[in-house]
Design a protein around this ligand. Sequence first.
Ligand code: CP
Length: 315
Amino acid sequence: QSHLLGIEPLSPADITALLDLSEAYVDLNRSEEKHSQALTGLTQINMFFENSTRTQASFELAGKRLGADVMNMSMQASSIKKGETLIDTALTLNAMHPDLLVVRHPHSGAVDLLAQKVNCAVLNAGDGRHEHPTQALLDALTIRRAKGRLHRLNIAICGDIAHSRVARSNIMLLGKMENRIRLIGPPTLMPSQISEFGVEVYEDMKEGLEGVDVVMMLRLQKERMDGGFIPSEREYYHRYGLDAEKLAYAKEDAIVMHPGPMNRGVEIDGTIADDINRSVIQEQVEMGVAVRMAAMDALARNLRARRFNSRAAMG
Ligand code: CP
């Protein structure tokens, strides 16, 4: 692949290869060394048009550990604020010869559009409600390490599915790897085209969590609700917040996940989030750095090969 824009175009073999490469980076990150030369001589620009803690920090750390020159664009201070379009900003940056562009944008499809205009590898760090591919990959790596496999698992994705790019990318990835996926949430927070997903849908948490191996909680994304129905936090927590009583319906060794940022007391009880016997939320953050190193390493190899071939073709 030339870019990482989403999970949709990846095959199960592509996903497995990326997760295997990520494992090597987990080991490297846990060592004293922490650094490799995979991106030495390459320039990485991070453009975040939406707030981020985990994704931006881990892409920056990943690039630096791989030896890239990393620049974080301050989009608040950029000419976008003066009316410059996304495409003009991208073309301006493209003229500075970056090799990797990491982009988060509030509009679905904006990152794909940008990738068509530049000469470098583009990584989607989350676009609107569309995709968040590195989140799904880091979730998959976390599950594979905790469960010893990434197939034939019962996985519940719970809460605000309709507004979640994390849910969309995870449904695609976990479906491709032949897991059984249950979506649990109020009908008002389920996507309208749910039948396309090949999943089971539950309105009741206890019913949906019965016997699952993995419980993936999602944030209530009020910023994407566009004046639509917003449930009260108290009522939402009562019906859909993960607490000990609801979690007891999952398998005894079920793991609890959350992509962050987390609203304690809204979608998850703080005690469950902090329970090191059940929660793998901190492991997800750790896997995020490794997965982003693997994704950028794989794209850089592809980029170097394409540049070598084009130079060879020109004689
Ligand atoms: N999971 C996730 O995308 O978190 P950030 O918004 O902090 O990057």
